[in-house]
Write a protein that binds this ligand. Sequence first.
Ligand code: 2M8
Length: 432
Amino acid sequence: RNYINLNSTGRPLLHEHSIEVLKQNDFGGYTVPALGLYPFQWNWDAGFIAAGWAAFDVDRAWEEMETLFSGQWADGMIPSILFWKASDTYFPGPEIWGTKENPSNSTGITQPPIAGVIVRYLYDCTARTNRRLAQQKVSKLFPKILAYHRWWYKARDPLNTGLVAIIHPWESGMDNSPAWDEALHAFPVDDIPPYEREDLKHVNASMRPSKDTYDHYLTLLYRFKAANYDPEKLYWMSPFRMTDLCTNSVLFRANRDMRFLARMLGKKEEVREINTWLRKGKERFQWLWDMDSGLFKCENQLTGKLSSARISGAFLPLFAGVASQDQAAALASNLKLWIDEVKFGVPSADPAGPVFDPVKYWSGPLWININWMISSGLRHYGYNELAEKIEMDSLTVISESGLREYFNPRTGEGAGGESFSWTAALYLAWLD
Ligand code: 2M8
């Protein structure tokens, strides 16, 4: 609780501590999200983590992204987890997933595609001192990221609607978000092999998804495995198919950043291709706008209905830059109401809603990576005071409770994993 103390150079001690955490979680070319709890490289964690490395070692930041892309599948997908080195502290690990893709074992699903946003961020950091190096780095990663985006549209929007689907809650990064409750429980659990959860050995069960929820996660996993993770089949066969706000906002924003990079590299055809994605995506995003609540909502593609859940992903179209000025105003006033209900924003679910739980993972707690994106979106629309409030809340909970995985928005108490990489990384990125 004395993190706020200053060291001899006048920097908060937490600054040094955050650097130490990234170094301690560095497994050589990639950074694990948390020792024990998450002992591999995760797709979107790698992006946020790279933004943190960039604050003190920009070469290492590029390396994080290069390692991630060295695990890209031949079809363009970046898996949600790359199992670079064996570990028996995580379930479900490589032996359960059983994918055969080289060069590494991985999961057979993906995560929100933040890479394009981060590579542009790293480009900006590097170009300040060495534009030529920045361009070299970008030209190597650009085609790989583009292939990843193409994969998203081909595999996850075969009907060409403009927005992509996730087929597993793990793909959203917001595993037990209330937005998935109805859709997840609309299909029965299969007769799956018995399993032992490793997460509950690291973290209290009240802070993690329930057994029933895990049974559903594994039912989906085993069905995808039986289909050999064939992307042509998965979209059609999955009993869970959602238009997720977070994934689509991140993809949209990544497309904007990729357009910037494409222009910088003089890639005209690619600019045209990205423009088509942006145009269609913008149009389709309007389907997700719920006028009554003044929020965006996720859509269940199997029923055609918007989910009634009010989640923090509702504010991420601000990060995408896809909301109209009127929608941004409605979102900002809703966000103020949510923050008034708690002590520190942004809760991952509406604190006045029926399922809000301040310590249960993605059903209420405050998450630093989401705050980072929401505050950036608010600034984009000119809501600077609200952005400042979210940034200060983030820095305050971190100073008071340490580099935890997530935080109770009512009390600021930390929960989940400790010495958590993206919390450390974004703390550094914010202070930079
Ligand atoms: C959590 O998800 C993993 C599965 O991918 C898990 O619970 O085992 C989520 O918070 C996700 O957003 C995050 O990327 C991952 C690693 O930090 O942990």
